[in-house]
Ligand binder design. Structure first.
Ligand code: TMP
Ligand code: MG
Length: 213
């Protein structure tokens, strides 16, 4: 058997609707961990820098049309193409703070394809599982007040309402924490950081889980 000589990093995902403030909060968590000398990297899904991510970007920007089921599989493929990179990062002891992941995949596609959540989670089965999902809970009013609302596909009140309902169902399995997103951004940050710091020690000796297994 392999002797683990180094603690692994934690796999932490921020989830939520569009304009919940995830990207801002990911940056703030990464900076706070760096200040504490915790090795940390960020990632974002969709990862628009890959070939698959380029197609997803064109679809979201409404430059191309695709069947929603095909887009669903591209979002999942975009995670699978990053799987080895994620595992390597965690195994070298670096914590990952990730802006969206598989829960977004299932929550959005169940809303846009009308297919059951179980259909939507299945392509992601076996991917590395997050140790913690931090859910930024945003109200429709707050979303619509924030900049550039409505530009990309899916940024419609009715879609977002369905997506929110799906996120609630998904949060029933796995380790999720909900934080109110409409608070002052420093207040949100402090709540999130506390949850991250509470987790960090605890997951060092646990193997990385697999999603939906
Ligand atoms: P972003 O706003 O975080 O850049 O994400 C782009 C959009 O893509 C957003 O509306 C959420 C959606 N999305 C999916 O539909 N499936 C997925 O797997 C991911 C990661 C995002
Ligand atoms: Mg968005």
């Amino acid at each position: 058997s392999i002797i683990r000589t180094m603690a692994r990093g934690a796999f932490i995902v921020l989830e939520g609707l569009d304009r919940a403030g995830k990207s801002t909060q990911v940056s703030m968590i990464v900076e706070a961990l760096k200040e504490r000398n915790v090795p940390v990297e960020r990632r974002v899904f969709p990862d628009r820098s890959t070939a698959i991510g380029g197609i997803i970007n064109d679809y979201l920007a409404k430059k191309i049309e695709l069947a929603p089921e095909a887009v669903h599989l591209l979002f999942s493929a975009n995670r699978w193409e990053c799987k080895d990179g994620i595992l390597e990062t965690l195994e070298k002891g670096t914590t990952l703070i990730v802006d969206r992941y598989a829960a977004s995949g299932a929550a959005y596609s169940a809303a846009t394809t009308g297919r059951p959540l179980s259909w939507c989670t299945s392509p992601d089965q076996g991917l590395p599982a997050p140790d913690l999902v931090l859910y930024l809970d945003v109200t429709p009013d707050t979303q619509q007040q924030r900049s550039n609302w409505g530009e990309e596909r899916f940024e419609r009140a009715e879609t977002q309402r369905k997506v929110a309902e799906n996120f609630r169902k998904l949060s029933e399995s796995g380790n999720w924490a909900f934080v109110e997103a409409g608070l002052d951004k420093l207040e949100v940050h402090q709540k999130l950081l506390q949850k991250v710091l509470d987790l960090l020690e605890g997951c060092k000796d646990k193997p990385i889980g697999k999603l939906y297994e």
